[in-house]
Ligand binder design. Structure first.
Ligand code: ADP
Length: 205
């Protein structure tokens, strides 16, 4: 219904109605994300999440994701740059799941960076048998004592942070499990107040 409203199918909405409709819409989207993240996580915990390995071009996967987040970053006055080493060619991975990992990292990077910040995505191949992808931001950073909590489900560190902090607290828990299903690792380097860098590896196979 709110999609119809958004498309003005029932004629023009008054300003106030429009703002209510958009609120309902974003609440709906949030709820949907929560449900799908809970389902994904429980499927993985139950050992029922299968990954479907295909040959993928990581550079294209990253560029696809960037297209999705370009506007959101620009609206928040955040610049995203990417750097992909040319040695990176195809890897065997489940593209949907890798996109989900990248989306979670990127949406956090945007969410926890102030206006005027920047995000750098880098893909490199430190060894021939695996690739490494990092998402680095100039955001609020994470205290070293909080790092161990990060990848646990339902962890929000700072309750009252920034913009509309509408998170489920499941994004990183899910990202970790998805990377591990591929046989990779994920970790973080951060300086509180300066920014964070999330890094994950994936085997080339
Ligand atoms: P959500 O973002 O939905 O709250 P996540 O699992 O993705 O859940 O992240 C958990 C918590 O980790 C966030 O609430 C935030 O406190 C912290 N966090 C995640 N990414 C970043 C980041 N790039 N910079 C600072 N803090 C972060």
């Amino acid at each position: 219904v709110t999609d119809l409203h958004k498309d003005r199918s029932f004629g023009e909405l008054k300003e106030k109605q429009r703002s209510y409709a958009s609120y309902i819409r974003s609440s709906g989207e949030q709820l949907l994300r929560l449900i799908s993240e809970i389902l994904d996580l429980s499927r993985i915990e139950a050992g029922r999440a299968a990954i479907k390995l295909d040959k993928i071009e990581l550079a294209n996967t990253i560029k696809d994701i960037l297209l999705i987040f370009k506007d959101r970053a620009a609206n928040n006055n955040i610049k995203i740059t990417i750097e992909i080493e040319k040695e990176i060619k195809s890897i065997e991975a489940d593209e949907q799941k890798i996109k989900q990992v990248l989306s979670n990292l990127l949406s956090n990077a945007i969410k926890f960076s102030p206006a005027g910040g920047s995000i750098h995505i880098r893909a490199c191949a430190p060894q021939t048998d695996f690739v490494e992808v990092s998402v680095e931001d100039t955001g609020i950073g994470i205290k070293s004592e909080d790092i161990p909590k990060l990848f646990k489900p339902f962890s929000h560190l700072e309750p009252v942070y920034t913009k509309t902090t509408k998170g489920t607290g499941l994004g990183l828990a899910l990202a970790k499990r998805l990377v591990e299903l591929h046989g990779g690792k994920i970790w973080i380097e951060s300086e509180y107040g300066k920014g964070s860098k999330f890094i994950f590896t994936l085997p080339v196979r």
